[in-house]
Design a protein around this ligand. Structure first.
Ligand SMILES: [Zn+2]
Length: 332
C-alpha cells in the first residue's frame, strides 16, 4: 500500500521547468521507500519502470542521480546486487535502479539504439533562414502576469519570439488561470513550439515512449525542442514518429546558470550573429519587457535585428495569429 501511494505521488509530482543541466532538481521520489525484494525471474533480461525512477551511479540512494526514467521506460538488466538494486543499461547509459519499481520481463528492450537518422529537418537555426535574430524561451513562465507583460511588449514592438512551453506548463496555467498560454501567445503573433510533456531527457526512452512525450498535453506543432537539447538516434526517431522537426539553438545564454539579468542580456547581445537562434527560459531573467528591450537595443548597435511578429506569410499585413505549423522559412 505504501509503495502504491508513493508511486502515485511520484507520478503526480510536477517535473516542469527544469532548465538544461538541472534534471535532478525536478526529480521524483521513485525509489524513496528503499529496495524491496523482487524475486529475479530466471530469464528476465528487461526491466520496465512502474513509476518515475531515478537512475544512479551506484547501488543505493546515496549515489548520484544520472537521470530520471519516466514510468514505462524499458531498461536492459545487467546484474543484481543483494540489496535489491539492478545495474541496467538504458539508451547509451549504464547505472543502477532500485528494483522496487521494476517489472521484469523476458522480452528484449526496444530502445532504438540502432536507429539510423531518416534525414528529418534538424538544425540549430530551425526555420529561421533570415538574417534576423530569433529569441527563444523554453519551459514555463513564473506567472501569467509575467507572461502577459512579455506578450504585450513583443506585440507593441513587432517582435516575434519563439516560446517552447512544456505540456505540463500549459496544463498548470490552464488549471490555475483557465488560460491556454500557447493560444494566447499565438494570438499576439508569437511562435509556439513543442518542448515535450514533462521535460524528461528523451534519450533513455524507446522511440515510441519518446514520441508519447512529444504528444499528449505537449504543444501541437511541427517543430519541437528536445529537453536539455539532448539528442541521439532514438530521440530523432521519436520526433519523426511525432511528425515534428527538431529546432535546437546556436547561442546559449545559460540564463538558468548565471541567474543574472545583466549577464543574460549582454550574452544574448554579444553572442548573437545574423540568423541566430538564442536560447533563454521563460522562468529566468531574459524573459521580461525590459530585458528584451535591452537586447533589441544592443543588437541594433551591432547592426542586428530581431525576428518580427507574424504578419502573414508575406510579412506585410497587421500582426495576426501565428500558425501552429511553422512555415519552412519563418517570415522574420
Ligand atoms: Zn527546457
Amino acid at each position: 500500500m505504501t509503495l502504491l501511494l508513493l508511486a502515485t505521488a511520484a507520478l503526480a509530482a510536477p517535473a516542469t521547468a527544469a532548465p538544461p543541466g538541472a534534471a535532478d532538481a525536478a526529480v521524483l521520489a521513485g525509489e524513496a521507500a528503499g529496495p524491496a525484494i523482487v524475486p529475479a525471474a530466471a530469464k528476465a533480461i528487461t526491466g520496465i519502470t512502474t513509476a518515475n525512477l531515478r537512475l544512479r551511479t551506484g547501488a543505493g540512494t546515496k549515489y548520484k542521480v544520472i537521470n530520471t526514467l519516466p514510468k514505462g521506460t524499458r531498461v536492459k538488466l545487467v546484474s543484481k546486487k543483494s540489496n535489491g538494486w539492478w545495474k541496467v543499461t538504458v539508451g547509451t547509459r549504464t547505472g543502477w535502479v532500485s528494483s522496487a519499481y521494476l517489472t521484469l520481463s523476458t522480452k528484449a528492450t526496444t530502445n532504438a539504439l540502432g536507429y539510423i537518422s531518416r534525414g528529418l529537418t534538424y538544425r540549430d537555426k530551425g526555420p529561421n533562414k533570415s538574417s534576423r535574430v530569433v529569441l527563444t524561451f523554453d519551459d514555463c513562465p513564473k506567472t501569467l502576469t509575467a507572461f502577459d507583460a512579455v506578450l504585450k511588449y513583443a506585440y507593441a514592438n513587432n517582435i516575434g519570439l519563439v516560446l517552447a512551453p512544456t505540456g505540463a506548463c500549459i496544463s498548470s496555467f490552464r488549471s490555475k488561470y483557465g488560460v491556454n498560454i500557447a493560444a494566447r501567445a499565438r494570438a499576439k503573433g508569437q511562435w509556439v513550439i513543442n518542448h515535450s510533456v514533462s521535460h524528461v531527457d528523451l534519450r533513455p526512452l524507446s522511440c515510441a515512449a519518446g514520441a508519447k512525450q512529444l504528444q499528449g498535453s505537449g504543444v501541437l506543432s511541427n517543430y519541437g525542442r528536445p529537453p536539455y537539447g539532448a539528442l541521439d538516434g532514438s530521440v530523432e526517431c521519436a520526433y519523426a514518429t511525432a511528425g515534428m522537426n527538431i529546432w535546437t539553438w546556436n547561442v546559449d545564454t545559460e540564463d538558468w546558470k548565471v541567474k543574472n539579468k545583466a549577464l543574460t542580456v549582454s550574452r544574448a547581445i554579444n553572442r548573437a550573429s545574423a540568423g541566430s537562434t538564442v536560447l533563454m527560459h521563460m522562468q529566468w531573467y531574459g524573459f521580461s519587457p525590459d530585458s528584451i528591450r535591452q537586447i533589441k537595443a544592443g543588437l541594433g548597435k551591432r547592426g542586428l535585428k530581431l525576428c518580427r511578429a507574424y504578419r502573414g506569410s508575406d510579412n506585410t499585413g497587421p500582426i495576426s495569429s501565428a500558425p501552429r505549423y511553422l512555415p519552412s522559412s519563418l517570415p522574420c
